[in-house]
Design a protein. Structure first.
Length: 256
């Protein structure tokens, strides 16, 4: 039996994701942006929250924890060991290489520093699922707030190396704005052009654009393609090291 997934928007552009292991009833929230909509989604589904898997310490990812604990006092809260002090109240501190079970399903913890210094991602290898938090977005990536861009770039390359069919869930629905920026630096990319049209249609219809997939990101996400000649040309950085082109892309996106 596999995992059932329920994804919805909360706050303005955060994505809440619930994972349910039907075999055991175990249910996890990936991050906790806002307790109220998560609690009502759980009630609608008839699921009891057993776990919260936090990716990083930013308020829009952890502020729902106390409200969820009030309703589900036995919930186990797991999160990045390196940010345990900032988050507070973790039941389990996780680092690269750790494993965490949601019922019968196993996630590997990947250390992906950059957006924050201890950011982690959760990879359910057998289920072909990745929860990337604010490290990798559809056609974009998080800002390098707490590490040099090269550190974030290395983390993104690590995610890009996961199996191509891996479905990727992200912390935010930023896809439309990311597509616009991606087209500005990779205008001849036909796969990107078609994808930009497809996501515009989805959003116009009030639909979410996630999950994405690793192979689709490798083909269309400029931040994973910083070593490509076409992108380096549009930056005026021909033959630059990929990490340097990545830093220039991140800068340009910050100003966009
Ligand atoms: Zn964040
Ligand atoms: Fe965020």
């Amino acid at each position: 039996m596999s995992l059932e997934i329920h994804q919805f928007l909360c706050l303005s552009d955060n994505l809440c994701v619930l994972l349910h292991d039907a075999a055991t009833g175990a249910t996890a929230a990936i991050d906790a942006p806002d307790a109220t909509p998560i609690i009502s989604a759980l009630a609608t589904k008839g699921w009891a929250l057993s776990d919260i898997l936090l990716t990083h310490h930013h308020a829009d990812h952890i502020q729902g924890v106390p409200g969820l604990k009030a309703v589900f006092p036995h919930v186990r809260v797991s999160g990045p060991a390196l940010e345990a002090d900032q988050i507070g109240g973790l039941d389990r501190e996780l680092s690269e290489g750790d494993k965490v079970m949601i019922g019968t399903r196993e996630a590997q913890v990947l250390g992906v520093p950059g957006h924050t210094r201890g950011h982690i991602a959760y990879w359910f290898a057998a289920d072909h699922l990745l929860f990337a938090g604010d490290t990798l977005f559809a056609m974009g990536c998080g800002r390098a707030f707490e590490a040099p861009p090269a550190v974030l770039y290395r983390s993104l390359m690590k995610l890009a190396d996961l199996p191509p069919e891996t479905q990727v869930y992200c912390g935010h629905e930023y896809t439309l704005a990311n597509a616009r920026f991606a087209l500005s630096v990779d205008p001849e990319n036909q796969t990107l052009r078609r994808r930009a049209e497809a996501v515009a249609a989805l959003r116009a219809g009030g639909r979410l654009t996630l999950p994405t997939r690793i192979d689709l990101e490798r083909a269309t996400n400029p931040f994973l393609r910083a070593g490509e000649a076409a992108i380096q040309r549009s930056l005026g950085l021909q033959d630059a090291p990929a990490a340097e082109a990545f830093a220039a892309l991140r800068e340009a996106k910050n100003r966009a």
